[in-house]
Design a binder for this molecule. Structure first.
Ligand code: ADP
Ligand code: MG
Length: 243
């Protein structure tokens, strides 16, 4: 079972869009996929219209119930969140190191899914740490912009720290560029990171595509909304690269 955390402490870089559409693309390839919404803003849950579920990820983390899971498509399920998840942070923190492993301990232990994708909040707090420790692969999502790329170092340092203290098996799968606008500046930033990080930069790049924003506003994944858009092509390509 591949468990992938989709992270960046910066908001608006395409984490949620990537979780949903990569998950859908993998399910279209015949894989069984579970999405986990770990962001108290619950954008992922909202974008698939399951933000009013009675039980959600909060209850799994804080009340030790089984992960509440809702099927949203063929081979595609979600464990939703709502604003109440913000209350989990203090609770988890009060449990010290035990609180770091709550998500890991609530995930299915058998290979019920081929992929579990975890959509992280825009912070490197205890929820993101739970995601990193539960995952066996990490995808850092970033825009090809100067300041966004500078922030990568902070995440890489956190990953190194967790690796040496808590989980040696943690693996950075790659850096994914999203919201690519094809400008000279973006191009040169991508080239620079390819030189610096080599294989760690995904060949697949998600271009800016207004259809992706429209789809999420309409609570649809891009393949349902517009299968021939560049957004759909880019996420299908990414799914292939990951497989
Ligand atoms: P995050 O989860 O990192 O905060 P989102 O996935 O919510 O970021 O994306 C932020 C906004 O940008 C959303 O309105 C989303 O629809 C839009 N968006 C994401 N990726 C793209 C893209 N490749 N092209 C155009 N709009 C995008
Ligand atoms: Mg998000």
């Amino acid at each position: 079972m591949r468990i992938i955390a989709i992270v960046n402490h910066k908001g608006g870089v395409g984490k949620t869009t990537t979780t949903l559409n990569l998950g859908k693309a993998l399910s279209l390839q015949g894989k069984k996929v579970l999405l986990i919404d770990l962001d108290p803003q619950a954008n992922l849950s909202q974008s698939v219209a399951v933000d009013e579920s009675e039980k959600n990820i909060y209850h799994a983390l804080c009340e030790d119930i089984n992960l509440p899971i809702i099927e949203i498509g063929n081979g595609l399920s979600i464990c939703p969140a709502d604003l109440g998840l913000s209350g989990a942070e203090a609770k988890l923190q009060s449990e010290q190191v035990m609180g770091y492993f709550k998500l890991k301990n609530s995930l299915p232990t058998t290979d019920t899914y081929d992929f579990i994708l975890i959509d992280c909040p825009p912070s490197l707090g205890i929820l993101t740490i739970n995601a990193l420790l539960a995952a066996n692969e990490i995808i850092i999502v970033t825009e090809p912009q100067f300041l966004a790329v500078k922030g990568l170092q902070t995440i890489l340092e956190l990953i190194e720290k967790l690796k040496t203290t808590l989980t040696p098996h943690l693996r950075l799968k790659g850096i994914l560029f999203t919201l690519y606008d094809r400008t000279v500046v973006s191009k040169s930033i991508i080239e620079q990171l390819q030189t610096q990080y080599g294989q760690l930069v995904f060949d697949s790049i998600i271009r800016q595509n207004v259809k992706l924003a429209e789809a999420s506003a309409l609570r649809k994944d891009i393949f349902t909304y517009q299968a021939d858009s560049t957004g759909a092509q880019d996420y299908a390509q990414l799914a292939k690269e990951i497989l």
